[in-house]
Each structure stands twice: as C-alpha cells, then as structure tokens.
Design a protein around this ligand. Structure first.
Ligand SMILES: Cc1cc2nc3c(=O)[nH]c(=O)nc-3n(C[C@H](O)[C@H](O)[C@H](O)COP(=O)(O)OP(=O)(O)OC[C@H]3O[C@@H](n4cnc5c(N)ncnc54)[C@H](O)[C@@H]3O)c2cc1C
Length: 352
C-alpha cells in the first residue's frame, strides 16, 4: 500500500467467512457481529467473502447475520481448503476491491492463511484480538491483553488485518428479512499454482476430555489445586455436573491437563452457561477466554483474587474444604431426587 492518498481509497470492512465441508464456521458469523459495529462506526459496508464450491446457499446466512454484500468465489479447486489457492484468490480480491479492514477467524486454517496473506499484501496483522474499536481518525484499534494491560494496536498499512478466535465475539440475532448484493467473482485457479495437494483427510475424534469450545458447563482448575493428583477433584465435580474439564495455562504447563483444555488468550475462548473456576487467580490472559460465560462461580482462598471481580458468585475459602462439601451436597440432592437441571451436553469420561 502506498501513501495517505492510496490509503484513503481503501474502504469497507471485510470478514472472511470460512466454511468447511459446505458448513459455515461459527467464527465467521461472530466476526460479522463485531464487523457490523465497526462498519456502522465507519459508515462503510460490511462485506462477507465466501470461497468454495457449491456453497452459494450459505450467502443467505451471511446476510441474515449482518453482511451488506457478499463476494462469492466458486471453483472446484476451492472446494477443499489449501492455503496457497485460498491465499492467491483472497489476495486478488483485496487488490481489486481494496478493503480497509479484513477480519479472519483464528481457526486452524485461519491461523495459517491470515499471516501468509498479510505477508503477500505487505500489511500488518494482529492475531487473537479480543475486541475491536475505531479511533477518532477512523483507524481500527485491535485490542488484546498484554500482561496486565489491554493493548490497543494500530496498523499503518491497509488492509488492517486481524484474527479472532472462535467464541471471542457474539453473533447477532439473525434477521432473515435482510437483503444484500451477491457479487460472483470469476476466479482463475490452476492446479499448477499450488505446491500442495490434499491426498487424504483423516478426522480426529474429540479427546476424552470433551470440547471446551462447545461446552454448556465447565469446571476449570488452576494452580491452587497443587498437584496432578489433587486435580482429580475437578474431574469428580465435572462428572457430577455433566460438565467439561478445563484449566489455566499454569496447569497445562505442569502437565495436569492437555493443551486442548486450556482456556484463555493462548488457549480456547469459551462461553458456557456455567463456568466454575477453582483455585484460579483470574489473570487477564485467562479471563479474556471465559469472561463471556453466563454464570461464573469462583472458589479461591484469597479474597483479593482478581477472579472475584468478574464472578457472579464468589466463595472465599480453601477449595479442599469447599469442594468435598459441595460434592456431598450434590450427591445427596441427586439421591433424594431433587430436581437439579443438568446441562444437556453428554458427560465426558473421567480419566482417573
Ligand atoms: C503470553 C501469555 C499468554 C498466556 N495465556 C494464558 C492462557 O491462555 N490461559 C491462562 O490461563 N493463562 C495464560 N497465561 C498465564 C497467566 O498470565 C497466568 O499466569 C495463569 O493464568 C495463572 O494460572 P492460575 O490462576 O492457575 O495460577 P495462579 O495465578 O498461581 O493462581 C492460583 C490461585 O489459586 C488460589 N489458591 C491456592 N491454594 C488454594 C486453595 N487451597 N483453595 C482455594 N484457592 C487456592 C490462589 O489464591 C491463587 O489465586 C499467559 C501468559 C502469557 C505471558
């Protein structure tokens, strides 16, 4: 991108609407939610970019979730994601339309595609943003935690690119009466253009721990548990509640839980109906990943622990005293047939 004049010619907020096997990834719809707010602030259009093969039907959803315009590129070589092909097509579209902002999901594919695209476009990118805003000069503020602060990052070049993880933003309520323009782009894609070829797709099964990103209820443990053996208490409580087990980076670093269960800035973003945080201090790097949970219960012996600032209910005390009492009470109530609403998710198995 050239000087100020060239920069001013970049207009519009773009969201890359990732799809897999003909199904939209939720993160694209979530980005349309925040993209709508940014586009309205800028007085510009919100555009969803959809690549694939035989996926035209998905445009309706993108319109309902907030897009003013859809750029649709279909080709049989876009049917299955490959980084080079997707990058080439997206780069051509950016050169042609010059969007001011380009948001992409921090999914497995998105994390590979977005930085490569930024390098191709010679622009900057901020990964894993937890919020966005527009400053008085119309620049995108890309917000994410940095130590105990929330950093506001600006990009001097355009498009201003950023990624956000699934669940970092809430999608809008769909409005099926919305109308939008669909622009069909003829793309030139050749198999010789790409050095990689998908030979086989092997689907992994969910770990025995369950998927935290989709969990309705989560019991999360922190360093306060003291040891891997003690962490069994977290699994036991999760078993009783039919909840999924999660933890902080401290417990993952100690090998008490696999990385798939880490919640926070460098882990997963979660939005369950219930999040029970046990022996977790509430560092910003952790809370950015769980603060959008509907109900947060915190158990911590330190009354000044920051987790209490975002907790719906706080219990100050020793977790080794509180958890057994809490679990005995739950067992008793189940035995007596007291009507406790159980989360709908299937109970993941306890590895202990
Ligand atoms: C770049 C970067 C990225 C990061 N990403 C993440 C991330 O994705 N997720 C994440 O979680 N962290 C992340 N961190 C680490 C983060 O900053 C914190 O260090 C971490 O979240 C702290 O974990 P914790 O709450 O388990 O441990 P601590 O902060 O040590 O807290 C333990 C808590 O347990 C309480 N406690 C102790 N004993 C008991 C007891 N018997 N009963 C009740 N309470 C007790 C203590 O009062 C304390 O509050 C990141 C850090 C960096 C630098």
């Amino acid at each position: 991108m050239g000087g100020a004049e060239e920069s001013a010619s970049y207009k519009g907020v773009w969201v890359f609407a990732e799809q897999k096997d003909g199904n939209l990834r939720g993160v694209g719809l979530e980005l349309l939610g925040v993209g709508r707010r940014l586009a309205d602030r800028l007085g510009e259009e919100l555009v969803a970019v959809l690549l694939g093969c035989g996926i035209e039907e998905l445009a309706k959803d993108l319109v309902a979730y907030g897009a003013d315009k859809i750029i649709l590129a279909e080709h049989e070589l876009l049917g299955r994601y490959t980084t080079e092909t997707y990058m080439n097509v997206l780069a051509e579209l950016v050169y042609k339309y010059k969007p001011s902002v380009l948001l992409m999901g921090g999914t497995l594919n998105g994390r590979e595609l977005a930085p490569r695209l930024a390098a191709r476009l010679s622009t900057g990118i901020t990964a894993d943003c937890t919020d966005f805003d527009i400053d008085k000069d119309g620049h995108l503020l890309q917000i994410k935690p940095f130590s105990k602060l929330m950093a506001k990052i600006k990009c001097r070049t355009k498009p201003q690119m950023a990624t956000a993880k699934p669940n970092a933003f809430k999608r809008l309520k769909p409005d099926w009466s919305r109308k939008a323009t669909v622009i069909r782009e003829e793309v030139k894609v050749s198999p010789n253009e790409t050095r990689t070829r998908v030979i086989e797709v092997v689907k992994t099964t969910n770990s025995i721990y369950g998927n935290v990103e989709e969990a309705d209820a989560i019991v999360a443990g922190g360093r306060g548990l003291g040891s891997k053996e003690n962490f069994k208490l977290i699994h036991d409580l999760a078993d009783l509640l039919g909840a999924t087990v999660a933890g902080t980076r401290s417990v993952v670093d100690r090998g008490w839980l696999p990385a798939s269960q880490q919640v926070g800035q460098s882990g997963k973003m979660v939005t369950p109906r219930l999040y029970i945080a046990v022996g977790i201090s509430g560092a910003t790097y952790h809370t950015v990943g769980m603060q959008k949970s509907e109900v947060i219960v915190a158990i911590n012996k330190d009354v000044k622990a920051p987790i209490f600032q975002i907790a719906t209910y706080g219990i100050v005390g020793d977790l080794f005293e509180i958890l057994p009492i809490f679990m005995d009470r739950l067992k008793k109530e189940y035995q007596e047939g007291v009507d406790i609403e159980q989360p709908s998710e299937q109970k993941p198995s306890n590895p202990y």
